[in-house]
Each structure stands twice: as structure tokens, then as C-alpha cells.
Design a protein around this ligand. Structure first.
Ligand code: C2E
Ligand code: CA
Ligand code: CA
Ligand code: CA
Length: 279
């Protein structure tokens, strides 16, 4: 039993070592990804629930290492958050977001709004507000067309700093969405303090509609709170006509999800905007 125990320990050590090596390699590769132009932005369209018109999109980052398949952000964003890489990646994403909006505008394509994800570590970096302002100044675009998506974890333990930074950026015209609302450390007292414009209901509350009547009750309640506090609401992960019909009855403002479109590469997004502009 003793020797078996030792063998197990050795086996475990080797496996852990291999995992650590793999992570280190992925981290180095990701560090180079920015310079090697292996990161790309995709765009998922957002629509008005009531009329179906195109009202915006969410920018979602993708990583395509040379000669390999696309890596999902669920795999590399958490890793980037552990190092300081998320700060460079996040700023690259924001810069590219402005760049595409300017480019489409020049092509005569108007996407009313673009939502951009901002991670907690990026938000709390001391230079965050300055860096965002620098990007905004570089492109002559109406800042109110940009929405920063933050999650409730941003507020955790940093309530005052968060409110201060949000107010500074709102002063400059940006808008804020609470992403994945209800899925994290929700506290209604945060909501009361934060200068928020929009709530985004997490996919986990949408995906089992209409089977799960409890999820339906939660979505109804979130919509009621948002209505009273004057926020618009986006539902994410809408996949079926029944889900959209439910949201229409409940007077939810916006939605995104595979029912309308998967996230698209930039050129396909340009065609998507053009198609809706003609209608
Ligand atoms: P998220 O912000 O909640 O983004 C929504 C995710 O749901 C996206 O996954 C999107 O492709 C997926 N999705 C959209 N509609 C549907 C649907 O109808 N059904 C299903 N099953 N899924 C749908 P994605 O692009 O893989 O992104 C995953 C997460 O990675 C994002 O979740 C976000 O937290 C993070 N992320 C992505 N891009 C960035 C970025 O630029 N910066 C930061 N900080 N995080 C990012
Ligand atoms: Ca998001
Ligand atoms: Ca989300
Ligand atoms: Ca989500």
C-alpha cells in the first residue's frame, strides 16, 4: 500500500508538472499573439425585441494561433486575467472596437451601438480611465455609441473606486452595462450605487425558457426592477422563437443570441449591417 501511495504521488507530480508546462507555454504563446496579430474581434448582432431592427453588437475576442484552431475566450481570458496580459488585450479590444466603428462609418454603414467587455483587473488598473480617454480622443466617434460591459465582480470590494471611474467615463459620454446580471455576486445595493444604463440578463436564465417557470419568474422580476430604475435590458443567449416571444410579452428591450446570429467576423458583420440598413 505504501509503495502504491508513493507511485500515486509521483504520477500526480508529473501530471501537475505537465499541466504547469502547458499553461506556461500557452501564456507565452498568448503574450506573442498580440504582436503576431493572432487575435481577432468577432461581432454578435443585437436586435430590438419589439421590431427586430439591428441596434448594435457585442465585440467578442478570438485567438487563432498559427496552424491551430480558434481558441475560445473562455479558455484564454481567465489565464490572461491571472497575469497582466488582460490589460494589453483589453486595450487592444477597445482600440479595435473604435477602429471598426470608424471604418464601417466611412463605408456608409452605421451600427448604432457597440458593447465591449471590460474585465475587473483591466478596470481597476490605475491608468484605465486615461487609456480609454486616449482611445476616444484618437477616433472622432460619438462616445455614447459605446457601451462598456462590466460584471458584478468589478464592484466587489472596490465599490467607491468603481463608482468614481464609472462617473468619469460617463462624463466622457460612455455607457455602462452590468453583464451576466444575476449570475454572479448580485447585490441590489450595488445596483443602487452604480451609474448603470443597462442590465444584461445572463444566458443561464434564458436557455431553459419556457420549460423552467422559475427562470421565467426571475426574468420577469429583473425586467420589473430595470423598468422601475430606468435601465434598458438585453437578454443574451436567445436561441428559440418561443424565448423571443416571451421577451416580447415581458417588454424586454434588446436581445442577442443564435436565433438572430452567431458572433461574426468583421467582414460578415459589415454585410449584416448593410443588409439591415437596406430594409
Ligand atoms: P459573455 O460576455 O457572456 O459573452 C456571451 C457569450 O455567449 C459569447 O461566447 C457568445 O458567443 C455566446 N453566445 C451568444 N449567443 C449565444 C447563444 O444563443 N447560445 C449559446 N450557447 N451561446 C451564445 P464567447 O464569445 O465564447 O465569449 C465567452 C466569454 O469570454 C464572454 O462571455 C466574456 O466573458 C469573455 N470575453 C469575450 N471577449 C472578451 C473581451 O474582449 N474581453 C474580456 N474581458 N472578456 C471577453
Ligand atoms: Ca459580455
Ligand atoms: Ca454576458
Ligand atoms: Ca454569459
Amino acid at each position: 500500500a505504501k509503495s502504491a501511495g508513493r507511485r500515486t504521488v509521483i504520477f500526480f507530480d508529473e501530471r501537475m508538472q505537465r499541466q504547469a508546462d502547458k499553461r506556461l507555454k500557452m501564456n507565452n504563446d498568448l503574450r506573442n499573439a498580440l504582436n503576431n496579430q493572432e487575435l481577432m474581434l468577432y461581432f454578435q448582432p443585437q436586435h430590438l425585441v419589439s421590431k427586430g431592427s439591428l441596434i448594435g453588437a457585442e465585440a467578442l475576442v478570438r485567438w487563432k494561433p498559427e496552424g491551430k484552431n480558434i481558441v475560445s475566450p473562455d479558455q484564454f481570458i481567465p489565464m490572461a486575467e491571472e497575469s497582466d496580459l488582460i490589460i494589453d488585450i483589453g486595450m487592444w479590444v477597445l482600440d479595435q472596437s473604435f477602429m471598426y466603428m470608424a471604418k464601417w462609418q466611412e463605408m456608409g454603414l452605421t451600427l448604432p451601438e457597440l458593447s465591449v467587455n471590460v474585465s475587473a483587473k483591466q478596470f481597476h488598473h490605475p491608468d484605465f480611465v486615461e487609456q480609454v480617454e486616449e482611445i476616444m480622443n484618437r477616433y472622432s466617434l460619438e462616445t455614447a455609441r459605446f457601451n462598456l460591459e462590466i460584471t458584478e465582480s468589478v464592484v466587489l470590494g472596490h465599490a467607491e473606486e468603481t463608482v468614481r471611474k464609472m462617473e468619469q467615463l460617463k462624463e466622457a459620454g460612455l455607457r455602462f452595462t452590468i453583464d451576466d446580471f444575476g449570475a454572479g455576486y448580485s447585490s441590489l445595493s450595488y445596483l443602487k450605487k452604480l451609474p448603470v444604463d443597462e442590465l444584461k440578463i445572463d444566458r443561464s436564465f434564458i436557455c431553459n425558457i419556457p420549460r423552467d417557470t422559475r427562470d421565467m419568474a426571475i426574468v420577469e422580476a429583473v425586467l420589473a426592477i430595470a423598468r422601475h430604475l430606468g435601465y434598458t435590458v438585453t437578454a443574451e443567449g436567445v436561441e428559440t422563437p418561443q424565448q423571443l416571444e416571451f421577451l416580447r410579452k415581458q417588454e424586454c428591450s434588446f436581445y442577442q443570441g443564435y436565433l438572430a446570429s452567431k458572433p461574426l467576423p468583421a467582414d460578415a458583420m459589415a454585410r449584416y449591417i448593410a443588409k439591415y440598413q437596406k430594409q
